[in-house]
Design a protein around this ligand. Structure first.
Ligand code: ZN
Length: 274
């Protein structure tokens, strides 16, 4: 049985988006599908006056890029830190103005929460965010769609949760949970307002690097996911027997695809990962 969260009673386990719809843009990501060892480290609820600069220092020392989902009221309190994030190659992203449960709010107020924060981030660093993370992962599907249609924002959740907000806080638990749960394409949820989380980062990042993981921003991870999906769609697309449209006629003939035999193919030996 999972312990009941103490500090964030409204914590909602994010629900995995069903496989990307056949048509249209995927509106939410909890993890990505990648061919390499890329992962995204994310930090929520900041910036924090002491912990965020300390975190930025250690990320810089390691050449690691992260994504910061910030609350607007903290952005206006420390705009210089937001500027520093952008200048140092991190992704700046939206986490609402005051951290409410968006799924219990009217759409006009939800948009206000996101727009005010968007404007504050742009003012602080000149970069317009394209991603938001709903506080507690709580967002309705209909809200997600409206936010995408009207603000062009994608929703980002997570698949690795070190529960760094739960008391008693522990840098060791943060380190161990991240190391145990992270896999290629993971989106790791952390909070740079927590001292113990930042304490855990040097050893955690070094261990992930030693395992061969490569840190990218969430937007970069989503792009890798899209590139892979496009590649797979192309590979799965049937090759037309004859050109049927003017567009196809001007294209050079596609190489013929191997004809699938109705007889069962020999079993493929399992690939053993090093
Ligand atoms: Zn949060």
């Amino acid at each position: 049985m999972r312990a009941i969260p103490i500090e964030e009673p409204a914590m909602i386990k994010p629900v995995e988006e069903p496989a990307a719809p056949a048509k249209g843009t995927k509106l939410s990501y909890s993890q990505c599908h990648v061919e390499g060892q890329q992962i995204a480290l994310t930090f929520d609820d900041g910036p924090h006056a002491e912990n965020t600069p300390r975190l930025l220092d250690l990320l810089k020392q390691r050449g690691v890029k992260a994504t910061f989902f910030m609350v607007g009221r903290a952005v206006v309190a420390a705009p210089h830190l937001v500027k520093r994030m952008a200048d140092e190659g991190h992704e700046v992203a939206n986490h609402s103005w005051s951290h409410p449960q968006l799924n219990q709010m009217a759409m006009t107020r939800v948009k206000d929460q996101l727009q005010k924060t968007h404007d504050a981030i742009v003012k602080a660093c000149g970069v317009a965010p394209v991603l938001y993370r709903p506080p507690y992962g709580a967002i309705l599907l209909s809200q997600r769609k409206t936010i995408h249609d009207e603000m062009q924002y994608l929703s980002v959740l997570w698949d690795v949760d070190p529960v760094d907000w739960r008391t008693p806080r522990s840098a060791t638990r943060v380190h161990d949970r991240i190391l145990n749960l992270t896999k290629p394409g993971s989106i790791i949820l952390c909070h740079d307002i927590q001292t113990e989380t930042v304490d855990a980062m040097p050893a955690t990042i070094d261990a992930l690097l030693a395992k061969g993981f490569q840190f990218v921003t969430v937007s970069q991870l989503i792009q890798l996911d899209r590139d892979l999906a496009a590649k797979q769609a192309l590979a799965a697309a049937p090759v037309p027997a004859a050109a049927t449209s003017a567009t196809e006629k001007i294209l050079p003939a596609a190489p013929s695809a191997p004809v699938k035999s109705p007889v069962a193919s020999p079993p493929v030996p399992p690939v053993v990962k090093p």
